[in-house]
Design a protein around this ligand. Structure first.
Ligand SMILES: [Zn+2]
Length: 168
């Protein structure tokens, strides 16, 4: 989300935003549409705390059948912004996601949203839990038959076969 510091009220506020990520992020993340976000924002003395809920759909390649399918993703995460001019941190430095200055017009937290979406994606995406993988035309045949089919189809096997025949 992009937090407008000039219009941000002190204390608690709620903001909804359709977040458009960069072209590169959209491509790599398989995101066709903007990400619907809503945030609960708390402005403290030196920090801004955000609790961001997002919902989007991502295009993934099924790890079994290699088909492209779209999967809904949603989640909530926290972002802590720290005033770069503060004399002390209100929490450990490691908890701070972004630094800002009240002189800035806005704080861009889209990097955190992108990271969150990427880590929420399954490592082995499946188009459906019962996906049977790539279906060969003769999938019903035995393994031996399938291997035979490969030998017929794959030109590399063809070359190897010729080589073997020549040797014998
Ligand atoms: Zn599949």
């Amino acid at each position: 989300m992009i937090i407008n510091l000039k219009t941000l009220p002190k204390g608690h506020s709620d903001v909804a935003q359709h977040v458009v990520l960069s072209d590169e992020q959209r491509q790599q993340g398989g995101l066709k549409e903007p990400v619907a976000c809503s945030a609960a924002i708390d402005v403290l003395q030196w920090q801004i705390h955000l609790s961001i809920t997002y919902a989007c759909s991502v295009e993934l390649e099924c790890s079994r059948c290699c088909r492209i399918f779209s999967m809904p993703l949603r989640g909530t995460f926290r972002v802590i912004l720290q005033d770069a001019n503060s004399p002390h941190a209100e929490c450990g430095e490691e908890d701070v996601d972004f630094y800002f200055s009240w002189e800035d017009a806005e704080v861009d937290t889209r990097g955190a949203l992108y990271d969150e979406i990427i880590t929420a994606m399954p490592l082995m995406p499946l188009c459906s839990p019962s996906c049977k993988g790539i279906q060969a035309p003769h999938a019903q045949q035995s393994t031996a038959a399938t291997t035979g089919l490969q030998e017929e189809c794959d030109p590399r096997w063809e070359a190897l076969k010729k080589l073997k025949q020549r040797k014998s």
